[in-house]
Design a protein around this ligand. Structure first.
Ligand SMILES: NC(=O)NCCC(=O)O
Length: 385
């Protein structure tokens, strides 16, 4: 389907309902937690001038007697490629940096504290092609590559934690490539990095041609704006991946992604939301936007003709709260910023309410899983005699 014929968003369709019906439908679909957040006029004007979408929501906090509120504004940025996929690498980077500068300036005007880009935001999502050149040239050092240097200045300037998912080149260890999210703190220092744990082998997501499963475990980064973690794209299909970030104390888990409609759209609204419920933290699902067309044809191993496009990356970025409420998503077609104000005290309040952590029986599952990974494991299957 051509870009111009793509559905803008489900919410645009729901807007056609009467106000009363809309209220009832949204309550059932999205839960009652989030309300819309008034954003500064300067941010709204900046968005308009730069042709970017901007939406704001807040999860109203409950005041506690002993702890002060810990209010944090989350910024999630989704975007289309500004140039064609085969633009020279330096030009593509410059165009993406210009867009990133606009996004971060807008986020700063909206008083965002923690900002995250989509997966591999510095490049076309070229892994469908299985071609090594020129795409591997986009890989760069997580410690001193051009993107990190560029963002360190911005993080410091805007007092903002920035999460930058890039294609990492580990120049110290064999020039290996990884799919990595770098966390830069609000002083411009690199707090650390996380490498994608689960690599897709589905559809045109031929990422295993380029990099291995990550080796950084499930780090949670303590920042001035809460304990944050990153579960990169395909990791969202793995409940144990989400679980470990929760066990390590995350209060916000970002899910920078690149995924297309035909493959995953019905799953999109469920997985990050379910993770927020099960693990008692906020989740931030961010997806790429647009259709990326590559110079050479590739096949999808499904008997269908070779083609040059990956399908439609459907955006629809959203935030979910530990009570299962979620924000309305950004559109399926535009680049834009979602700003969400939360009180991190909510995590403990909802854990106390539901008791999922208290009842989760980790020891029982640890023992069962240990047995299940044994080659001679016999499934606990009961058969009528
Ligand atoms: N980038 C990536 O891991 N995509 C896989 C497809 C999906 O998980 O929906």
């Amino acid at each position: 389907m051509s870009e111009s014929k793509q559905l803008h968003s489900i919410d645009e369709k729901l807007d056609k309902l009467s106000i009363n019906d809309q209220k009832d439908v949204y309550k059932i679909l999205n839960g009652v937690g989030f309300q819309s957040l008034a954003l500064p006029d300067t941010a709204k004007e900046y968005a308009k001038i730069n042709n970017l979408e901007l939406a704001g929501y807040e999860y109203p906090s409950k005041v506690e007697q002993l702890r002060s509120p810990r209010i944090v504004k989350i910024g999630a940025f989704q975007n289309k490629l500004p140039l064609k996929t085969d633009a020279p690498i330096a030009q593509m980077r410059d165009a993406l940096y210009k867009l990133a500068l606009e996004a971060i300036t807008m986020a700063s005007l909206a008083e965002v504290n923690v900002f995250c880009f989509q997966e591999a935001w510095t490049m076309p999502f070229a892994f469908c092609t299985r071609e090594k050149q020129p795409w591997c040239e986009y890989a760069e050092s997580a410690e001193n590559g051009p993107t990190i240097k560029f963002l360190q200045n911005l993080a410091k300037q805007h007092n903002m934690v920035i999460i930058s998912p890039i294609l990492e080149r580990d120049e110290t260890h064999g020039d290996l490539i990884w799919n990595t999210a770098v966390v830069i703190d609000n002083y411009g220092d690199i707090l650390g990095k996380h490498r994608k744990n689960h690599i897709p082998r589905v559809g045109d997501f031929n990422e295993s041609t380029y990099y291995f499963e990550g080796n950084t475990g499930h780090p949670v980064f303590q920042t001035e704006f809460g304990k944050i973690a990153i579960n990169i794209c395909y990791g969202r299909h793995h409940p144990l991946n989400w679980l470990m970030f929760g066990i390590n104390g995350a209060e916000i888990v970002f899910n920078p992604s690149a995924t297309v409609g035909e493959l995953s759209e019905p799953l999109w609204g469920i997985e990050a939301r379910n993770a927020a419920i099960a693990n008692g933290y906020f989740t931030v699902a961010i997806n790429r936007v647009g259709t990326e067309i590559f110079p050479n044809e590739f096949t999808s191993g499904n008997g269908k003709p070779a083609h040059k496009d990956f399908g439609h990356f459907y955006g629809s970025s959203y935030v979910a709260a530990p009570d299962g409420s979620r924000t309305v998503g950004l559109s399926r077609i535009n680049s834009g910023l979602l700003v969400v104000k939360v009180d991190l005290n909510t995590c403990r309040q909802i854990k106390d309410h539901w008791g999922f952590q208290m009842t989760q029986r980790l020891d029982m599952y640890a023992e069962a899983l240990q047995k299940a990974t044994n080659l001679n494991y016999e499934p606990q299957l009961i058969i009528k005699k």
